[in-house]
Design a binder for this molecule. Structure first.
Ligand code: ANZ
Length: 740
């Protein structure tokens, strides 16, 4: 056991990473696994600048959880890949002046190299990249299934337009009026776009939220986004004609105070200020017969409810503002009890706009024929390869860069009639790429990988995902789309479950210099330097020790230095092999079993920071009292999920156990041992509690020893000073009471 005294993380990290890779330590046999556990972290989309410590934080926590479950006997599958398509990667390519395809290879290499360095237990035989034709072939297949099911349609509609990224965005990608990605102010444009009918699933998307185990804040965000609204549809007759206008209201009891009707207007759509003009018509209030003017306005949304409202300025702020501006009556009458109109439910959720007027995505696999309309590309002809064009930059005019593709690509025979037809030139939204990737991972490299998007047998065994771990910022984007796509695939009989992620854990964020660590804030820390300097284990354990995993924490250099010292201390402790003498054995074992209980419980609940704190306490006792093989092995096992490299080195080369610690069995605790542990004995003076003693049970029953120890207690000594003890009442193992 004569290892060098100082631990060399550089050689150890690389040595074990190579061995794990070579021996496929973390590649479960997907066909044979008896206890499948699909441990998944949210799909990353890094650019060539690569991973920062904030990204690594998420990956490490997910990996710690996966490793713990593996040691608990599960066949853990922890895949990794790259969401390589999309505006994010494309913009980076434009910024550095490279073609996106060329940049994609560079980004991928750098990114995978970084991921190897952090020592996660990834299955490197099941990687996938969304920009690879053998993946996006199936993204296009998915589009076609949507189309065939009547869930994809092309429509002229007012859509969100990002002037910076020069493309249409979905509603989910507009946050407070700004582009989710680049933060530019989004405007509205009328354009022809492809949509997915996610609204058809609004009810199910909402109802199922009650039965998935997700953080409340994410569930609430989804409920609000779906926005179920229950109200009434009330019909107004138009004076002097047969015309009727229906309005949707959630406050039918205010009908008596309505002073105008307002219809959605196409004009002045982009203006933020309320604007309107009278149509010249008058409507009759069905409750009181009053004649009220009809207006057109920009604050009524055409695509919500009936596209018309009754204006009740006395009760509604928006209506009041409008009424002030245009001098419309404001009348407050009592609420009515006799409620008119038909009960109606509306959802705020809109159909998912998935056309992008950009280059770096899967071409939408549709062909327009003058005779047959929109026809899907035959599935045998997939993928529709993204043509290599040099002028790939987004144009500002709403047309797609694929207009620059050669005519031979743009023109194609109609799959129905054979006449010359035209390909769709938009590509699909990146969120479509990531809406189904979790279905593909287990099937990567399977026998059916070329013929099916996901293998039915493998899918049955591995899905839905057991643990999905990621950031809350995807609450209504990725998480809603993935749920929708899964529901559709279930209805189309490709899957037998409708919720992809029955359990979701939302991790916190890493803060640096007072702000969330992100490229845009300019406060990113590159993990590579820290790994080179302190080792992957010190960085991993430090990140997990920062704070509760669902709350994140503040990244500081001094903290990681401290953790590196802890690693050195552990190394010394495992190597010096200080013998545990008989008298201390009980105490050390009680502590060990308490620690096993605490750490097991903490790991189950993602409380990694407190698990590490317990391991530190155990380390202190061992340094002091010594340890035997059992104690050292248990400590090494519990350390393994956090510090996988040092744990493997100790397990194999110091404790001489068979490779690999990561496949060894997680230690169990002895309940009896924890119970018989230590007794708390109360010290009273004249019946008042003045102190307590932590004693071994055998000591707590000996009156003279307890009395001696009590008198030595500082506080008790103070109370007994200058007093005469008349009597000592002793209840063995419970109380000692001094009567003075
Ligand atoms: C009269 C009224 C009185 C209303 C009152 C509210 C308060 P949610 O909960 O979002 O469904 N509304 C209906 N359709 C609209 C549209 N297309 N564009 C803009 N506003 C619309 O809100 C429904 C309420 O928003 C409806 O109830 C209607 O105004 C308005 F004291 O009717 B209410």
């Amino acid at each position: 056991m004569n290892q060098s005294t100082k631990y060399n993380h550089t050689t150890t990290d690389i040595k074990w990473q190579e061995r794990w890779l070579k021996e496929k330590t973390f590649n479960p046999d997907l066909a044979q696994a008896s206890k499948p556990f699909y441990n998944l972290m949210m799909f990353p989309y890094p650019s060539a600048e690569g991973l920062h410590v904030g990204n690594m934080y998420a990956f490490t926590g997910a990996d710690v959880y996966g490793r713990f479950n593996r040691m608990q006997g599960s066949d853990v599958f922890e895949p990794i890949g790259l969401d390589g398509f999309g505006i994010h990667s494309e913009n980076y390519a434009i910024k550095v002046g490279r073609h996106p395809r060329e940049q994609a290879d560079i980004s991928q290499k750098h990114y995978y190299a970084q991921l190897h360095l952090i020592g996660n237990s990834f299955d490197w035989d099941h990687t996938l990249e969304t920009n690879s034709p053998d993946y996006y072939k199936w993204t296009q297949w998915l589009f076609i299934q949507m189309f065939k099911a009547g869930l994809a349609y092309k429509d002229k509609a007012v859509v969100n337009w990002c002037p910076q990224d020069k493309t249409v965005l979905s509603d989910e990608q507009v946050i407070d009026g700004k582009c989710e990605r680049c933060g530019s102010e989004v405007s509205r444009r009328e354009m022809s776009s492809w949509f997915f009918r996610i609204t058809k699933y609004a009810d199910k998307l909402l109802a199922n939220i009650d039965r998935i185990d997700w953080p409340d804040r994410i569930k609430t965000a989804q409920r609000n986004w779906i926005g179920k609204s229950e109200g009434r549809t009330i019909e107004f007759k138009i004076e002097g004609s047969d015309k009727k206008i229906k309005v949707f209201t959630t406050r039918p009891e205010t009908l008596n105070s309505a002073t105008f009707l307002a219809l959605a207007s196409e004009e002045a759509g982009e203006s933020k200020e309320k604007w309107g003009k009278p149509t010249g018509e008058y409507a009759i209030n069905p409750l009181n017969g009053e004649k009220i003017p009809v207006w057109e306005t920009n604050y009524v949304e055409a695509s919500y409810g009936t596209g018309a409202i009754m204006g009740v300025p006395a009760c509604d702020e928006r209506d009041k503002e409008f009424a002030y501006k245009y001098h419309i009556d404001i009348v407050k009458r009592s609420f009515t009890k006799e409620i008119l109109g038909e009960k109606t439910v509306h959802f705020h959720l809109r159909d998912w706009g998935i056309s992008r007027q950009r280059y770096w995505g899967p071409p939408i696999p549709m062909v327009f024929c003058k005779d047959d309309g929109w026809v899907p590309v035959p599935e045998k002809d997939l993928p529709v390869l993204l043509p290599d064009i040099s002028d790939f930059k987004p144009k500002g005019d709403g047309t797609s860069p694929l207009h620059n593709a050669p005519e031979s690509w743009k023109k194609v025979a109609c799959p129905k009639c054979g006449k010359t037809a035209e390909r769709e030139l938009d590509v699909s939204d990146t969120f479509l790429d990531s809406s189904w990737y979790f279905l593909r991972y287990p099937s990567v490299g399977s026998k059916t990988a070329d013929t099916l998007p996901f293998d039915p047998g493998i899918t049955k065994k591995w899905l839905p995902v057991n643990a999905y771990i990621g950031g809350a910022e995807h609450a209504v984007l990725h998480l809603m789309y993935a749920r929708f796509v899964t529901m559709v695939l279930k209805d189309l009989k490709f899957l037998d479950f409708e919720e992809p992620f029955p359990f979701l854990y939302g991790h916190g964020l890493i803060i640096k210099d007072g702000a969330k660590m992100s490229k845009s804030k300019g406060n990113v820390v590159n993990p590579d330097e820290y790994i080179a300097k302190f080792g992957a284990d010190a960085l991993r354990t430090y990140l997990m020790f920062l704070g509760p995993f669902d709350q994140g924490g503040d990244f500081r250099d001094t903290g990681i230095e401290g953790m590196e010292k802890f690693m050195q201390r552990l190394w010394k402790l495992f190597n010096e092999d200080k013998k545990l003498n008989g008298a201390d054995k009980k105490e050390v074992y009680v502590k060990l079993h308490q620690t096993i209980k605490k750490v097991t419980n903490d790991m189950t609940n993602f409380k990694f920071n407190t698990a590490i704190a317990s391991l530190m306490e155990l380390t202190n006792i061992i340094s002091d009292k010594g340890a035997d093989e059992t104690v050292l092995q248990s400590l090494c096992l519990m350390l393994a999920p956090f510090a996988p490299h040092i744990a493997e080195e100790v397990w194999v080369n110091v404790l001489k156990q068979p490779f690999s610690v990561h496949k060894a069995v997680w230690p169990k605790y002895d309940t009896g041992l924890i119970k018989s542990d230590i007794v708390t004995l109360i010290i009273q003076i004249n019946g008042k509690v003045r102190g307590s003693l932590e004693l071994k049970p055998e000591t707590a029953i000996k009156k003279s020893e307890v009395e001696d120890l009590s008198r030595k207690d500082e506080n008790v000594a103070k109370w007994l000073k200058d007093k005469t003890v008349k009597k000592v009442i002793f209840v063995p193992g419970t109380i000692i009471n001094f009567v003075v």
